[in-house]
Write a protein that binds this ligand. Sequence first.
Ligand code: ADP
Length: 240
Amino acid sequence: MSPGTHDTVLAARELYRFYRAGEEETLALRGVSLSVERGETVAVVGPSGAGKSTLLACLAGLDEPSGGEVRVDGIRISHRSETERAQLRARHIGVLLQTRNLLPHLSVRDNVRLPQRGRGGRAPVPAETLLAQVGLASRTHVLPRQLSGGELARAGLAVALANAPAVLLADEPTGELDGETEQLVLSMLRARAAEGCAVLLVTHSAEVVRVADRVVTLTDGRASSAPPPHDRQETHDVIG
Ligand code: ADP
């Protein structure tokens, strides 16, 4: 399917997630349904405790919903073993978490290569190329601890994109970034969406909401959808 055609890549139907801690039960998701189409960028917003991280984890197959289902590229990822979910994630999904997704004992380049191996077959884009795109061409051989905060965020993005995912899920991708790095991260996310990736971003940033095609608001475990508050403007393309 060519990029830009509107078909659903990520679909969540009636997701529920209960947590039980001792006597206390929390219903973090109360029947959340949402979909993200090829080439679409959806921002998920909502107050702290609304269920955003829980939703992201369920969509990524990192967590199991108590009810409902998640499909990625038509394939059900929920209600499977952890191993199966990890395999599906490696093939279809890129995840950018706030605790950056880098292993401390591997070089930046090997961190990017790791999800490429998990995907199987040839690397879709060489690790060096991805790292050059995020402005880390000269930092490929260093360890994550040798990177600055902004460099770590960009390396995390390279890792999330390493398996050329059909779906990119990100938790606060621009949290605590300087303006320049935020623009670079946003422009890379936009570029991926333009290539046909379905992008879902959990965010508090007005700048991120501005580049989204649609905003889903989570309130107390329930979702409501709306267009962005004002017309989207393309971010300045800082990468080639
Ligand atoms: P957000 O990301 O929007 O801040 P979360 O998904 O982290 O919201 O949390 C939603 C609700 O679920 C909150 O009430 C939170 O306390 C609860 N919760 C999240 N994770 C757990 C857990 N592992 N055990 C018990 N309750 C949890």
